[in-house]
Design a protein around this ligand. Structure first.
Ligand code: XMP
Length: 510
């Protein structure tokens, strides 16, 4: 395994992704967690010091204990990581107010192990302010750019390597090969991080942790909670009870399909709670999006808690927390004490239920969760399900929510998804859905004047929902969706396509 020390770089998750793409397991940890004891415990094959926004001369700049430079475990410093290494070992880092940012041509002067198989001239990507003016004893420059004399340096005797540029971003053309050289030539890592081995080990671990005790889990139908549920189910069988709350704001047939696949086919123990009335009654006449969210959130907690407290002697709570949540909640500058603040997806549980958390996906990225789901036999429909917001269709009906309007939106949404799937776009877009507007417009159907609802088609591409672009769906697909909605869904006579990106728009309409 490789330890990545988080000095606060925005690219840390990318470093981890790259390492794992080489089928090598890695963890991102805050600097203060890197103690001799921790190294003895986890026995990493190598350490990567990440970049970061700080200057090593800054007052609160993040630091690690320099014992890691003793040569026992290979170290690769990236950007700030290299500067920290140089400074700690007696070299000089020059302060600079000006940043070097963007592409640069890298000239490799020494084909050290890190640069094996890489062209002498190649493109790299820089993002730094300070630069190195003097290397510590034992180091040599291995690559330069026009503006940066020390673009790479190493001391192979001590297993120390450094890059001023970022090998983890795609703009560094040979970045993957450089990281591969570090992992395999320098650290002698083995390619044994596969979802098969992860699944086996995790199921075994869960079995050991939970033993013959009972666990509960809030199932939303999304890929994360479904994969977490199936893993725990494989470990402890019927001692896991999943709770699925149908809030009346789900899409067409959603609860039915979930029941079919998870209960019937995978034999999981799931309590389906039909709580539509509990949600729709307090939502009556509510039009403000934030009020809707608050009501839906509060009712959810009440319904979930009530159901959970019926499961006597449960000691564990399973959750589908993912690695990005964990990374975001650990601090580059903090100590081990504020490392992991779990994200509670299911709100506050009753005070008297002191449940211990089981989060089997907490070291996985979203795409790894999908691979894992497929590996352990989760049906394709669930593995590839697009994200769906907790408040469901409630925030896709503009204005007040009624059962009638829910039915209209549900039917229109089902048609839209059907056509998107048929056209092969379901996995290509991040989300695709229908929105019901609170206005009516005039139309003509047959010989009759109509005055009916408007549906908006929303489809976006995105990597992480932070930014998104409207999907360039073919006109024919849009045409088919529009035709079918107007023909098949009573109460709709107009369909429009939303061509707003995020920012300035958001993905959802409320
Ligand atoms: P926006 O609309 O903010 O959405 O661009 C970004 C992503 O978050 C989802 N979303 C929610 N998910 N509860 C959720 O669980 C919510 O209240 C909520 N609002 C938005 C949205 O579907 C998109 O994937």
């Amino acid at each position: 395994m490789i330890l990545i020390i988080d000095f606060g770089s925005q690219f840390n998750q990318l470093i981890a992704r790259r390492v794992r793409e080489h089928q090598v397991y890695c963890q991102i940890i805050p600097p203060a967690m890197l103690t001799e004891e921790y190294i003895r415990e986890v026995k990493p094959e190598g350490i990567i010091l990440s970049g970061g926004p700080s200057s090593i001369y800054g007052q609160d700049s993040p630091k690690v204990n320099p014992f890691i430079f003793n040569g026992e475990v290979p170290v690769l410093g990236i950007c700030y990581g290299l500067q920290f290494m140089v400074h700690a070992l007696g070299g000089k880092v020059q302060r600079s107010e000006k940043r070097e940012y963007g592409f640069a041509e890298l000239s490799i002067s020494t084909h050290s192990d890190l640069f094996q198989g890489i062209d002498q001239k190649t493109q790299c990507w820089m993002s730094h302010g300070d630069s190195i003016s003097e290397l510590p004893k034992g180091f040599t420059i291995t690559a330069s750019t026009d503006n940066t004399r020390v673009a790479a340096a190493s001391n192979p005797e001590k297993n120390l390597y450094g890059l001023q540029f970022h090998p983890e971003v795609d703009h560094t053309l040979m970045g993957r090969e450089i990281l591969s050289n570090f992992l395999f030539r320098i650290c002698s890592c083995k390619q044994n991080w596969t979802m098969k081995s992860f699944a086996q080990n995790t199921i075994e671990d869960i079995r050991k942790t939970i033993g013959d005790k009972k666990a509960i889990l809030g199932l939303s139908g999304g890929v994360d909670s479904s994969v977490a549920a199936l893993l725990i189910h494989k470990a402890i069988g019927k001692n896991l009870t999943c709770i699925y709350v149908d809030n009346g704001l789900m899409r067409k047939n959603e609860s039915k399909i979930l029941k079919e696949t998870l209960t019937r086919h995978l034999d999981m123990n799931i309590r389906f709670v039909n709580a539509a009335d509990d949600f729709l009654t307090p939502l009556k006449d509510v039009t403000d999006p934030e009020k809707k969210r608050k009501i839906i959130g509060n009712v959810f907690i009440n319904v979930f808690d009530k159901e959970a407290s019926r499961i006597k002697d449960a000691e564990f709570l399973g959750q589908g927390t993912l690695y990005p949540d964990i990374i975001e909640s650990q601090s580059a500058f903090g100590g081990p004490s504020d490392v992991i603040k779990s994200h509670h997806n299911v709100g506050g549980l009753p005070e008297n239920m002191k449940l211990k958390l089981v989060e089997p996906l907490k070291y996985l990225f979203k795409d790894e969760v999908r691979q894992l789901g497929a590996e352990i036999g989760l049906p394709d429909d669930l593995v590839w399900r697009q994200p769906f917001p907790g408040p469901g269709l409630g925030i896709r009906i503009m204005g007040a929510i009624t059962r009638e309007r829910l039915d209209v939106l549900r039917e229109a949404d089902a048609v839209l998804l059907d056509e998107i799937k048929k056209a092969g776009y379901y996995k290509k877009v991040w989300q695709s859905f229908a929105v019901l507007l609170p206005i009516k417009s005039v139309g003509v159907m047959g010989d009759q004047r109509t005055y009916e609802n408007t549906i908006v088609i929303r489809a976006v591409t995105s990597k992480d929902a932070m930014t998104a672009d409207w999907a360039k769906l073919p006109y024919e697909v849009l045409g088919r969706i529009s035709n079918r909605i107007i023909n098949e869904v009573n109460g709709v006579n107009r369909v429009t396509y939303d061509i707003t990106s995020k920012p300035p728009g958001t993905i959802e309409w409320e």
